[in-house]
Design a protein around this ligand. Sequence first.
Ligand SMILES: *Cc1c(COP(=O)(O)O)cnc(C)c1O
Ligand SMILES: [Zn+2]
Length: 417
Amino acid sequence: MLDFVTGLRCRECAHEFPAEALHVCDYCFGPLEVAYDYERIAATVTRARIESGPRTIWRYRDLLPVSDESPVDLGAGFTPLVRADRLAAELGLGELWIKDDTANPTGSFKDRVVSVALTKARQLGFKVAACASTGNLANSVAAHAARAGMESVVLIPHDLEKAKVTMTTIYGGTVIAVEGTYDDVNRLCAELTSERPSWAFVNVNVRTYYAEGSKTLAFEIAEQLGWRAPDHVVVPIGSGSQLTKVAKGFAELGKVGLLDEVPHVRVSGAQADGCSPVATAFAQGTDAIRPVKPKTIAKSLAIGNPADGWYALQTMRSTGGSCASVTDDEVVEAIGLLARTEGIFAETAGGVTIATLAKLAASGAVRPDECVVALVTGHGLKTVEALADYTGPTATIAPTLAAFDAVLERDGARSPG
Ligand SMILES: *Cc1c(COP(=O)(O)O)cnc(C)c1O
Ligand SMILES: [Zn+2]
């Protein structure tokens, strides 16, 4: 298998390092990024080569940082890109698509990043997979570690949704609930990384590789649109990693000649009001992201001090994108809107994306003449608590025709007959 990785490069001072388990620059403490030989990739990769690959993220392996023959793979990626005309009509938009990452093996986009991170971790000789998680990452690390025959140790905030805790524990790893916020958990994980150098912390010491998995969202969107880039994508922001890598993915498609020209994709970000450090900095026109203490039902996005927040800001500004935040009530309303217009049940993070899309459409930041893709990143069954006060049967009746008719009469507007 070919490997086009030339090493790791500091995003600040451009110093180069070997492709090992490194994540910060020894010279300036800047974050590292995987560097590729794009000329060699361009000479090898073709649309046909990709189209003959597996229906997973691994069809894009020429643009991923692993040469291992057999990836740690549960089938992540190549999720549906759904044309959303009914939702578009509600929002006053034109060509609107939903990238439905609820369809991933553990129900969120995190399967993309974890499949890449653990493939690289196994290749580097790690036996234990670990992470700090807002929930979905824990699900995915535990599942992929089980698949790979690795041990897993995941750390989560103590107040996560029940389904996310159940999903993580069933895969048999060690799950530690920490009395604190995600940012407290993440700090503890950073300390643990130096204490346990033989563990692969997917979002710390192998984060450089992990992050590359998010590029596959851009690759799939372009391929599924018939090798065409959209005009505008709306991406939820937790740490900000996904948003920056989606932009990198579109740029790479242009660089290696898979798209006819280097695309210009506007990238906009979505946050919840209860944790909006990036949206706040965007609105204030500043580079300084002030950390917050999260308080929102969108727990998978509840990162008060986002590691890639600054890069996400630069990406949104340089692409001509926008950024906004929405209330928890708007999140719940948007989950319902997406479900009843398109038949897609999203978790709270998906509600954040759709509610923000609605807001940006209303303000004119997202326009009806654009081809727009909204990233719905996690499945609704993971966050049913958030909907407890809003959902339930239309009526509960005795098993008789009379009782049934009485309900339909009372509720005339809903009667199909
Ligand atoms: C983690 C997560 C995000 C945010 O991704 P970042 O790379 O941290 O910005 C978005 N949606 C869901 C469902 C997630 O689990
Ligand atoms: Zn540096």
